[in-house]
Design a protein around this ligand. Structure first.
Ligand code: SAM
Length: 437
């Protein structure tokens, strides 16, 4: 047990302090607080501790709204006011850009805000029949554990599905294959909501009747997934249509299968797309690449400007969806290709032809091979990079700014995942050799 002063917040939402000179990460501690801590794990270079008592509390400390806060591993920052969470994430971004990227943005863009609660339109719940607990557990994993949290409600899920846990937990033990359902995936669209049950063995007639009654009672549609995500099919109603989300500013509608990637927070997604398109400033004479394009979330808004757009993405299923959605939205100035962008190389990039501008939206691993492959002759004049991991963004920034000659014009965060430690951000680059474009 020690009494410490917390100096800062790390990228996982832990307070940071020093005990006899050794860095200690404190679960539940906030910057500016004095706390009693108990170390639960020692590492050669740092220790991990829990705050057992807050002796002097931060003015930014908030009362967590969720009854499962502290046990559920879903949200780790509910004890910090939302505006302070945003400021902390902005600091994490700037600190990564400076330390790893060795670069300071010319402008810090104001953070993009959306609703702090009820924002999440996608989730994957683990399922386990637990006879001792009187049925089944359906929920997120507990903090730092593979156990499933004993949950009744989730405050960050879309309100109409936030309380589905108990009905799902009551349903599961009544099914004949209750120990053969490891996961349920939730996807909320604008006109319907789907639960995809991962089934290791099929349902019988009696199960089917129960599933139908459950779906009707709770206003959800049911899909089943016997194997990988591509095997998911509608179960009830059997003619289940695709989900959809729209980007009204650009007159775009995106149908999607519940297992296909879409951004979890549709409110912030609209703001993010708006800002990305504003920063990219696509013109009818531009040829633009959208790398890691998914189903065309940014591709189609770019195409609305009249620019020619090439979307490249690793998943064949998403590219098929992207092609269908381009057609559905009446956009013919779009081409798509499937490629593994982690294996990009200069010759492969050159074969794509000249691009005036790029949008890059990679997964957590970043886009190192892609940025290393950008040409020295006639490079794209502007890049808008969307990132879900400030460490890999900063690593790529280092290459873009110190090897490829780009200037980091602006950077800022989008509060895509309130109460979690995830940091979504955007960075905008220009190449001075291409003038103002
Ligand atoms: C953060 S998502 C962005 C998707 C899209 N831009 C959007 O906003 O919906 C990252 C995308 O990268 C794709 N991806 C992951 N690894 C990849 C790889 N090695 N090569 C190409 N695409 C990949 C994923 O399938 C996913 O669609």
């Amino acid at each position: 047990m020690a009494v410490v002063h917390i100096d800062a917040l790390d990228h996982e939402g832990h307070g940071i302090c020093r005990v006899d000179g050794k860095v200690t990460f404190v679960d539940g501690g906030l910057p500016g607080e004095t706390a009693e801590i108990s170390v639960f794990r020692k590492h050669p270079k740092y220790d991990s501790a829990n705050a057992t008592k807050i002796l002097k509390s931060s003015s930014q400390r908030a009362t967590p709204k969720c009854a499962h806060y502290g046990r559920c591993g879903g949200c780790v920052l509910q004890h910090l006011e939302v505006s302070a969470q945003v400021a902390a994430k902005q600091r994490i971004l700037e600190e990564n850009l400076q330390r790893i990227g060795k670069t300071k943005p010319e402008i810090i863009m104001p953070a993009l805000y959306g609703p702090a609660w009820g924002y999440r339109h996608r989730a994957r719940f683990s399922v386990k029949r637990v006879d001792k607990k009187g049925g089944a557990l359906v929920g997120f994993h507990e903090k730092k554990s593979w156990f499933i949290a004993d949950m009744q409600k989730c405050e960050v899920l879309a309100p109409h599905v936030a309380s589905l846990f108990m009905p799902m937990r009551q349903l599961i033990p009544t099914l004949s294959n209750s120990d053969r359902i490891p996961q349920i995936e939730l996807a909320v669209g604008e006109t319907s909501t789907v639960l995809v049950f991962r089934l290791l063995s099929p349902w019988n007639e009696e199960d089917t009747a129960k599933i139908r009654a459950f779906a009707d009672r709770h206003g959800v549609e049911i899909w089943v997934q016997p194997k990988g995500p591509d095997t998911a099919v509608p179960f009830y109603p059997e003619t289940g249509a695709l989900l959809q989300y729209s980007l009204p500013e650009f007159g775009i509608v995106h149908p999607f299968r519940p297992t296909e990637f879409t951004q979890v927070n549709p409110h912030i997604n609209r703001a993010l797309v708006h800002r990305a398109i504003g920063m990219l400033n696509p013109q009818p004479h531009d040829r633009i690449a959208d790398f890691f394009c998914g189903l065309g979330n940014f591709t189609l808004p770019i195409a609305r400007s009249g620019a020619k757009v090439v979307g490249i993405e690793g998943s064949q299923a998403l590219v098929n969806r992207a092609r269908e959605n381009a057609q559905l939205n009446g956009l013919s100035n779009v081409e798509y290709a499937v490629d593994n962008l982690f294996e990009m190389a200069p010759e492969k990039y050159a074969a794509l032809g000249h691009f005036d501008k790029l949008l890059i939206d990679p997964p957590r691993d970043g886009a190192m091979e892609l940025v290393k492959s950008l040409p020295d002759e006639k490079p794209p004049g502007r890049i808008v990079y969307i990132s879900c991991n400030p460490a890999t963004l900063a690593r790529d920034v280092e290459v873009l700014c110190h090897v490829k000659g780009y200037e980091l014009k602006a950077a800022g965060i989008a509060n895509m995942f309130p109460h979690t430690a995830h940091v979504e951000s955007m960075a905008v680059f220009e190449h001075p050799s291409q003038g103002i474009i």
